[in-house]
Design a protein around this ligand. Structure first.
Ligand SMILES: C[S@@+](CC[C@H](N)C(=O)[O-])C[C@H]1O[C@@H](n2cnc3c(N)ncnc32)[C@H](O)[C@@H]1O
Length: 220
């Protein structure tokens, strides 16, 4: 019995260490894509084209990967609760015009001040439980100019062992099945314009993400 509990403790400590390492900007940006077999988030950001890309709110911006893909925006605000990620984002992209990063939770004043046309939640919903996920989506949906919200998340998929093991070991504790992500968006009052699986990169199908394109629900 004591051996079993020691093993469980050791496993939890190892998992904790792994998750901590995964949060380091170098590991997140350089090592993780190699382990996964390539990560190309281009298709996600192409969902934020035209008018949606004018005024961009990036919730859970991490190290600012969105700005490797987006261009033509008039204003960009990246928000994240992780001070290390925000410091890395500022070092990379902070000098760009009309770009701002804030280390905190999303607040109503952000929506009032920015009135985003496009909102990005890349890899964020699986960090949030249902109440927190719904709250952040509802807040984003309050923007009077909102055209679209795009989301991407790790996802549990039947029979995809490698994908599911990585998802279980992820720092985010709320990985879901595709339907559960879509249901969350609908509960927040949004319409799921598109919800589909996306390979982590064009030539790797071992790891997939669930990508949604959401818009304000139109009156019937
Ligand atoms: C998987 S990372 C994705 C980072 C970035 N969007 C990207 O695609 O590279 C998730 C990020 O969400 C942040 N995060 C988690 N919960 C958050 C919350 N409630 N508000 C803001 N950021 C949050 C984490 O600190 C982390 O940087």
């Amino acid at each position: 019995m004591p051996i079993v509990s020691f093993d469980a403790k050791l496993r939890d400590r190892m998992l904790g260490l792994y998750r901590k390492l995964l949060g380091h900007p170098f590991v997140y940006d350089q090592v993780r894509p190699r382990v996964v077999g390539g990560i190309d988030m281009g298709p996600l950001y192409r969902g934020l084209d035209g008018e949606a890309a004018r005024s961009v709110l990036d919730v859970g911006c991490g190290t600012g990967d969105a700005l490797n893909h987006l261009s033509g925006y008039e204003r960009y605000l990246g928000i994240d609760t992780d001070p290390i990620a925000i410091a890395a984002a500022r070092a990379r992209h902070g000098a760009k015009p009309n770009v701002r990063f804030e280390e905190r939770l999303l607040e109503e004043r952000d929506i009032d001040e920015l009135a985003p046309t496009g909102v990005v939640l890349a890899g964020v919903l699986h960090h949030l439980d249902n109440d927190a996920g719904e709250a952040v989506l509802r807040l984003a949906a309050k923007s009077p100019r909102l055209v679209r919200i795009v989301t991407s998340d790790i996802v549990f998929l039947p029979g995809m062992v490698f994908n599911n093991v990585l998802a279980m070991m992820d720092r985010g504790r709320y990985c879901r099945h595709p339907d559960a992500y879509a249901a969350l968006a609908r509960r927040a009052g949004l319409e799921v314009e598109r919800g589909e699986l996306m390979r982590s990169s064009p030539d790797n199908e071992r790891v997939q993400y669930y990508v949604m394109s959401l818009r304000p629900r139109r009156p019937a």
